[in-house]
Design a protein around this ligand. Structure first.
Ligand SMILES: [Zn+2]
Length: 364
């Protein structure tokens, strides 16, 4: 077991032969304030439990279990710091990002007793066959379908924007309705359209999660509204078209109401497909476990989307009771965890008996 310079915990279960390539299995060890007990860490514990179940039996490939650091991005506002180190993207800019006490990622690594100059030692070698991640679904889909497990076929892309509607502040009692330039009323009309559009486009989710109005008095018509827009879909084309359409609608509403509107794009992250071969093998392993296979798109981001830049990657979701996560009442069913371990062992056996898998290294 070692801790790399980005604070990732890494342990290797050896293969039958030295110099064999390795399969990576992991998830993250950090979490959010007021969190539950399973987001992230369950995937690491599951990997260790699977290796224990092998009882020393060697496979044609080694297995490296990784507990990633800083996936959630709570402290520095920058997610996936640990996994970005593995793909060579924990660069000087990211090391320079500071928390709200002014402590940089670089300094935090030093204070943890690690050496940020050794970050390059965390980068994956050319012997990685693939990456698997077990994770709770963090949503209600599997519970609704009464299924314990699912294969993740893609991680949704996301757009995050800030919109600012500008109008004219005036007296709430003396300004007739037809002479108002009310930024809140305009923003409200647009928010209704956001919800309606997301309901009409399959697989699209759109959220206005934050709204701020000025001057913010009950007897004053608002002249400024700032709000956020978060749009996600597995197809980048559908997502970007939806965002463009929503911006057009915002401008039309503003024009009709004598308002102006500005938008800033804060994030446009492409969707990441999981590896089709691994997803197919996960389907088979789920069937061997005695469960119905199911594929889904993850609306949340995961380390697997970072690893997928370098190695074939896939995820297995576990049902999340009540769909509740990032809350102390987050839970899993013991029976589902047992099924996930059995499914993982079937998957390892399938991959071990698939020479086209473990001979397919990215070695030069
Ligand atoms: Zn997580």
């Amino acid at each position: 077991m070692r801790i790399d310079a980005a604070g990732n915990f890494r342990g290797v279960y050896p293969a039958a032969q030295a110099d064999a390539p390795r399969l990576l299995i992991g998830s993250h060890l950090d979490t959010v304030p007021n969190a539950g007990a399973y987001d992230g860490v369950l995937g690491v514990v599951l990997a260790v439990a699977m290796l224990e179940e092998l009882r020393g039996r060697r496979l044609p490939f080694a297995i490296e279990v990784i507990g990633f650091s800083e996936e959630e991005g709570v402290r520095f506002g920058a997610p996936f710091i640990g996994s970005r180190a593995l793909v060579g993207r924990l660069d000087q800019a990211l090391l320079g990002v500071v928390d709200n006490q002014g402590v940089s990622v670089r300094k935090a690594i030093e204070e943890f007793g690690l050496n940020p100059k050794e970050i390059s030692g965390a980068v994956l070698e050319n012997d990685a066959l693939g990456y698997l991640e077990f994770h709770i679904e963090q949503g209600p889909a599997l519970e609704k379908l009464n299924l314990p497990l699912a294969a993740v076929e893609a991680i949704a892309g996301q757009s995050r924007l800030e919109l600012i509607f500008l109008g004219h502040a005036n007296h709430a009692g003396t300004t007739p309705m037809h002479l108002r330039r009310d930024a809140i009323a305009g923003a409200a009309e647009w928010i209704g359209i956001v919800e309606q559009m997301a309901q009409e486009i399959p697989g699209l989710v759109a959220t206005v999660g934050k709204i701020e109005a000025k001057p913010g008095a009950s007897n004053v018509i608002a002249d400024e509204v700032r709000l956020t827009l978060d749009v996600r879909q597995s197809s980048d084309e559908i997502r970007t078209r939806a965002v463009d359409n929503l911006i057009r609608q915002a401008r039309a509403i503003a024009a009709r109401r004598g308002l102006s509107v500005r938008e800033n794009t804060l994030l446009s992250q492409r969707a990441v497909a999981m590896d089709p071969f691994l997803v197919g093998e996960i389907d088979k392993a789920i069937v061997k476990t005695g469960c119905k296979p199911h594929r889904m798109v993850s609306g949340a981001g995961h380390d697997a989307m970072i690893l997928a830049e370098k190695v074939p990657s896939a995820m297995i979701f576990l049902r999340t009771p009540g769909g509740i996560s990032h809350d102390p009442s987050e839970s899993v069913l013991q029976d589902d965890v047992e099924k996930a371990i059995v499914c993982g062992l079937h998957l390892l056996d399938q991959l071990a008996s698939s020479p086209e898998f473990y001979k397919r290294t990215n070695c030069a």
